[in-house]
Every structure is written in structure tokens, then in C-alpha cells.
Design a binder for this molecule. Structure first.
Ligand SMILES: CC(=O)SCCNC(=O)CCNC(=O)[C@H](O)C(C)(C)COP(=O)(O)OP(=O)(O)OC[C@H]1O[C@@H](n2cnc3c(N)ncnc32)[C@H](O)[C@@H]1OP(=O)(O)O
Ligand SMILES: O=C([O-])CC(=O)C(=O)O
Length: 390
């Protein structure tokens, strides 16, 4: 039998057909359902983008209103979820908490498997997706209060998705400029073709399991530092560098040790990630209007991007979305370990769009492998094995 082809990391291998988003990694372009992300950031909201991703078309005013009302209505999570969270160690990472809490939703909103009729009922799938998108920010914000010994702050139905999250994590009336920045970040993080966590969505969805397992698995995949977890690593790296003057020496040392520069490089983009450009411009603009400080970390980030691009740019390695998102959140006073959970809150929209797309034309994922192990071994009983078998 012919040996199957193996491509490490499945680089360039198409895992599905999809009409959800598209990347031109050479030109540095990203669109959702054919709409350029810059247009969506300029004219849309996370709520509308989530519905666009799920349904494939820009919603009517009535459709958007209904979806938005649904999100606001379903923000509360059952009291039992809070009871489970009480047993989690407060020192645990919020991504670990989110993974467990979202997976636990399957027990409180049971849906072990979807019937054929349910899988074909797009309204039913939309409603399930909407509830998950609505509840993830509440879970993250509950944890932010509970881990410091406070009671969770109930969601406010009069606030939009981004503003309500800022309210729940701080207990303060959100600054509209910050709510707008967070809305921009949520739009930019909502979807990105078949990245690692979305690939996990395809695989999990293809077994017809419930969407809580699908999203739980995706959260776990996003948490890693080579993927969504890089945004926290970036801010820790900038803190470690400490000053603009130390950027060059830091880069020299990491590159000499062949260590990665966090927030740089991408499997698909061989130029600057268009989202990094929008996030940096957003920061510059807000700083120039006095909404954000032009802080030490932002100055270090700018110098870091300049020097790292000088060295790595010729290899096609540039700043990615994780490079500036963390700096923005940091400037808004959000703790570093919440950066990846915020990414997950946004990406839930794209994940659930892929869940729906997979269900619409499903075949279980079952790739093959190139076997590299032993053949035809002779079994030796334990008493007869020599020490070198240990
Ligand atoms: C939301 C997101 O997931 S965006 C990505 C977030 N992740 C990061 O920022 C972590 C840092 N970046 C990386 O680890 C990688 O660039 C990834 C994981 C994003 C992409 O990985 P891959 O496409 O598999 O590229 P790979 O890791 O094989 O790198 C190819 C070459 O570029 C180099 N390279 C890639 N990224 C970096 C980086 N950030 N810093 C230094 N060198 C890098 C590698 O060392 C390798 O060099 P070599 O050919 O001399 O051995
Ligand atoms: O696409 C990827 O490989 C990583 C990702 O999720 C993103 O950049 O948003």
C-alpha cells in the first residue's frame, strides 16, 4: 500500500470547504463573509458581526434587534455554574476556569446530541449559539469577581455586549470610548478561517457531540502560547524588557537562543497581520485624543515591532493580532490573564459559525498517519524481561 503523505502541522492542507472568512496572507487581507474587516470595524458591532458569521448575510434591523435582545436576555448563567466555580482554585488561570465552566453548561442545559431535525433547523442552532456567545462574558466576569472574594456583578440588560462585559468586570459605568475599543477587538478576534482552535471545532463537531464540548475543546486549544495565549505572553515580554533602550538587547538574546518573539509570526500571513495594524492605529488615535495613556509599554511595543520587523520581516515574520491586543487591554486596565478569555469570548462567534457549517455537511474527521513504530514484536512475559526492557 502506498505510504500516505504527511505534512507537519497540515500546512497548506485544506481541511474543509468554508464560506465564513477568507485570508490573503500575501496582501494582508481578511474578510468575513466577503466584508473587509476594516469596514466591519468602521460600521458594525460585535453583535452584528456574530450574526453575520452565523447566518452568512448582514441582518435586517429587525433580525439584528432580535439577536441583540436574545444576547441580553441570555447573559445570566444558572446558579449551579457559580456553585461549581466556587470549588475552583482562585490561583487557577481564567482559561482553565472558562474551559471547565463552558463544558459544564452541557450538564445544566442538556443537549447530549442533536437530532437530525434539530441539525437542520437553523433557528434552533442560532439560538444555541446565541446563548453560548451571551454567557461566556458573564462566566469570565463572574470569575474576575469571585477570585478576589467578591460576589459576581449581574449583567445589565441596558448595555451592549462589550460595555456590559466591562461593567461586570469592574462594577463601574463603562467609559464609552473603552466599550468601543473592546467592541473593535471583539470584531477583529471573532473569526480567522481554519486556525488551530477552529480546526478543533471541526473535529469535535463532526462527532455530533453537543456545542458545549465543541466550544470547551476550542477554548483549551486557544489557551496555548502559540495561539491565543500569546497575547498574555506579549505583555509579560514587554514588562520584562522594561524600557525602550533594552529592546535591542532582548531581541539579540532571544534570537541567539532561537526563542520565539511573542506576538510575531503567523502560518498564513507573510506580511503584517491587518488586525495588528488596525489595533495599533486605534491605540494611536485614542492616545492622541487623551482617551488612553501613551504608556511605557506602548512605547516599548512600537520599538519592539520596529526592531523585530527589521530582523524577522525578511523571513516573512511580522506582528500578529496578539501583539497589540494585549497592550490595548492593558491600557484599559484589564488584567493580563483575562486577555485570552476575552479572545475566546470573541472567537466563540466564529467557532459556532464553523460548528453550524460542519453540521450542514458533516462527515466525521478521521485522518490517517504514517506509522513509525515497531512491527511484529515477540511478547516476552514480565518475569523473563531483562533490565534493559525497563
Ligand atoms: C491568534 C494567533 O494564534 S496568532 C499567533 C500567535 N502566536 C505567537 O505569537 C507565538 C509566536 N509565533 C509562533 O510561534 C509561530 O510564528 C506560529 C506558531 C504563529 C506559526 O508557526 P509556524 O507556521 O509553524 O512557523 P514555525 O514555527 O515553523 O516558524 C518558521 C520559521 O520562522 C521562525 N519564527 C516563527 N515565528 C517566530 C517568532 N515569533 N519569533 C522568531 N522566529 C519565529 C521559526 O523559528 C522558524 O525558523 P527556521 O525556519 O529558521 O527554523
Ligand atoms: O489563524 C491562525 O492560525 C491563528 C488565529 O486564530 C488568528 O490569527 O486569529
Amino acid at each position: 500500500m502506498a505510504e500516505p503523505n504527511f505534512t507537519p502541522g497540515l500546512e497548506g492542507v485544506a481541511a474543509t470547504h468554508s464560506s465564513i472568512s477568507n485570508i490573503d496572507g500575501v496582501a494582508g487581507l481578511l474578510s468575513y463573509r466577503g466584508f473587509a474587516i476594516a469596514d466591519l470595524v468602521a460600521h458594525s458591532s460585535f453583535e452584528e458581526v456574530a450574526l453575520l458569521l452565523l447566518d452568512g448575510v448582514l441582518p435586517s434591523a429587525a433580525g439584528l434587534g432580535e439577536f441583540d435582545r436574545g444576547l441580553r436576555t441570555h447573559r445570566q448563567v444558572k446558579y449551579n455554574v457559580r456553585e461549581i466555580m466556587k470549588f475552583m482554585p482562585v490561583t487557577g488561570h481564567p482559561m482553565d476556569m472558562l474551559h471547565c465552566a463552558v463544558a459544564s453548561l452541557g450538564m445544566f442545559y442538556p443537549q447530549q446530541e442533536l437530532s437530525d431535525a434539530e441539525r437542520e433547523n437553523t433557528l434552533h442552532l442560532d439560538a444555541m449559539a446565541m446563548r453560548i456567545i451571551a454567557r461566556m462574558p458573564t462566566i469570565v466576569a463572574m470569575w474576575e469577581q469571585m477570585r478576589f472574594g467578591n460576589d459576581p456583578i449581574p449583567p445589565r440588560p441596558d448595555l451592549g455586549h462589550a460595555a456590559n462585559f466591562l461593567y461586570m468586570i469592574s462594577g463601574r459605568e463603562p467609559d464609552p470610548a473603552f466599550a468601543k475599543i473592546l467592541d473593535t477587538c471583539l470584531i477583529l478576534h471573532a473569526e480567522h478561517t481554519i486556525n488551530a482552535s477552529t480546526f478543533s471545532v471541526l473535529v469535535t463537531s463532526s462527532t455530533l457531540t453537543n456545542p458545549y464540548h465543541v466550544i470547551g475543546g476550542a477554548i483549551g486549544t486557544l489557551a496555548g502560547p502559540l495561539h491565543g495565549g500569546a497575547n498574555q505572553k506579549v505583555i509579560e515580554m514587554l514588562e520584562e524588557i522594561g524600557s525602550v533602550q533594552r529592546v535591542g538587547a532582548y531581541l539579540d538574546e532571544r534570537m541567539a537562543n532561537k526563542d520565539k518573539i511573542w506576538g510575531f509570526g503567523h502560518r498564513v500571513y507573510k506580511t503584517r497581520d491587518p488586525r495588528a495594524a488596525i489595533l495599533k492605529d486605534t491605540m494611536e488615535e485614542l492616545a492622541s485624543h487623551g482617551h488612553l495613556r501613551h504608556s511605557r509599554l506602548f512605547e516599548i511595543a512600537i520599538e519592539m515591532e520596529r526592531q523585530a520587523t527589521e530582523r524577522l520581516g525578511p523571513k516573512g515574520i511580522h506582528a500578529n493580532v496578539d501583539f497589540y491586543s494585549g497592550v490595548l487591554y492593558h491600557e484599559m486596565g484589564i488584567k493580563a490573564d483575562l486577555f485570552t478569555p476575552i479572545f475566546a469570548m470573541a472567537r466563540s462567534a466564529g467557532w459556532l459559525a464553523h460548528w453550524r457549517e460542519q453540521l450542514a455537511d458533516n462527515r466525521i474527521f478521521r485522518p490517517t498517519q504514517v506509522y513509525t513504530g515497531e512491527q511484529s514484536q515477540h511478547y516476552v512475559p514480565v518475569a523473563e524481561r531483562s533490565r534493559k526492557n525497563v
